[in-house]
Design a protein around this ligand. Sequence first.
Ligand SMILES: [Mg+2]
Length: 215
Amino acid sequence: MKTEIVSFDADGTVVDNSFVNEFWFGELPRLYAQKQGINLEQAVETLSTYYDQVGDEDLRWYQPGYWFEEFGLSDNPTSVIKKIKKNHDLNIYKDAIEVINKLNRQYKLIVISNSPRIFLDFSLKEVEDKFDKIYSCVSDFGMVKKDERVYKRVIEELETDPGKVLHVGDHWKFDYKVPKSLGIKTFFINRDNNTQPGEDSEVITDLREILFAIT
Ligand SMILES: [Mg+2]
């Protein structure tokens, strides 16, 4: 089936993780350290343990509001994000910009991300006008991409067929295994070029490889 829609994950695929990392491993530990009277290093360690306990398959993991409440922080996510925005340059991957600009003429482009809307509004702002639709699974559907219903819902909403959708992302399960199981054409982007199982032709290290593989 001919591809009509190209779908991208956001963090680690279109934009690097520096902004989200600054939130989870920079600003949040800083606030936590202040509150608890511990040093930053200890705070990073403690928070990382909490994050890992909840894990990225759990909706709460993605929700800044949940963690502010959990840690009893008086500041709020919006003001912290604003603070980061002021000092932060956006890092959209070069290959992503090139691919988005090329495919955008011929295909409908969308984003399917687990990031909350308040993150995406900032991190994708340089390229958001190139996309027909930007889905935040967490904010729009109250679900994580591990759940195939996310992809089913997008397909239903766009009145398309899984065979006409190509999805690319950097999470082996959420961006590769799950959509693939539904018949979506999938590519796993392995930017660090780590050893990775899977069919070689669907594991890429640069988004431009899609340009040659798309049918
Ligand atoms: Mg990602």
